[in-house]
Design a protein around this ligand. Structure first.
Ligand code: F3S
Length: 300
């Protein structure tokens, strides 16, 4: 069986950078190093970081001294202020693409715009962006919510970096329709697509690969929203799809009779896990092949 990897899979630029900055902080500091919540949604990587002394805390109150590494999702300005007040050293690993969305949100608010963020209101990245507007931004998950928004005359729209482009465009279309309707706000609409292409590229590569193979394996944390989304996209193609975190979860029966298997991974999955999975898939496929040949032999 041949194993084909998606053209774009695994660590994105922002996640890779956040891990490198955390490891660099560890190498350069002797005190405690911690992140507020897990640095990435991959339990195997979080465990490795913990072995190196990079801890996960849930509340800044648990940190009296040391270095706080800000995750790639970014944080509200209040968190940075609280860290400063506590005398913590801060290493800001906010992904530059998220930073751009935060800065736009802040600047638009200062210029008198109502900021509309298209995204998941519970996601830490979105909570962070809203924080940069002093809590004034409106969050919408899709066009239906955009149609119900109470709007001020001047509106600036931005996106959570991992938003699907079509959802963002659907929200903008609703706001534009409201713009041309007489008397209905907004009367000025500024649109900033802050979507990061790493997500779209991985999703497109997964979609294309799933359409060509007999079975798909998606690797990444069960808590990782972007990995779950990749698995959903692969399933939509009708190809049997399995979402796993590690190689030991693979089962040989998944590959029985398969000629080509596809492999992709979420943005928080490191290369070493992807490689391990690829090796194990090949081994299991060989075993499945041998078992089939033996079964044929017995029936002779
Ligand atoms: Fe940054 Fe895009 Fe990754 S916003 S954290 S490079 S998915």
């Amino acid at each position: 069986m041949e194993v084909k990897r998606a053209a774009s899979a695994g660590f994105c630029f922002g996640v890779k950078r956040a891990i490198e900055l955390a490891l660099q902080a560890r190498a350069e500091n002797t005190g405690r190093i911690f992140t507020l919540g897990p640095l990435i949604h991959n339990p195997q990587v979080v465990r490795l970081l913990a072995e190196k002394g990079i801890e996960v805390i849930q509340d800044l109150a648990a940190a009296a001294e040391g270095t706080l590494v800000i995750r790639s999702h970014g944080v509200e300005p209040e968190v940075l202020a609280a860290a400063q007040e506590l005398g913590l050293k801060v290493v800001d690993a906010t992904c530059p693409f998220v930073k751009r969305a935060q800065e736009l949100a802040r600047d638009l608010t200062e210029q008198g715009y109502t900021v509309v963020v298209v995204g998941d209101r519970e996601h830490p990245e979105v909570r962070g962006i809203v924080g940069w507007t002093g809590g004034r931004a409106q969050v919408v998950e899709g066009p239906e919510e955009a149609a119900r928004l109470p709007l001020l005359p001047r509106v600036g729209v931005i996106a959570q970096t991992t938003q699907p482009l079509d959802n963002f465009e659907a929200v903008v279309a609703v706001l534009r329709r409201r713009l041309v309707k007489e008397g209905e706000a907004p009367s000025e609409l500024r649109v900033f697509s802050t979507i990061c292409h790493a997500t779209a590229e991985r999703q497109q590569a997964a979609r294309e690969l799933a359409a060509q193979v007999d079975v798909m394996v998606v690797v990444g944390g069960y808590d990782s929203a972007n990995t779950r989304k990749l698995a959903a996209i692969c399933r939509e193609s009708g190809t049997p799809t399995y979402h796993i975190e590690t190689a030991d979860q693979l089962k040989s029966e998944w590959f029985a009779g398969a000629r080509v298997a596809g492999l992709t991974a979420g943005a928080s999955t490191p290369d070493w896990i992807i490689e391990e999975v690829e090796r194990r898939m090949k081994e299991l496929a060989e075993n499945a092949q041998e078992e089939m040949q033996m079964a044929d032999f017995r029936t002779l």
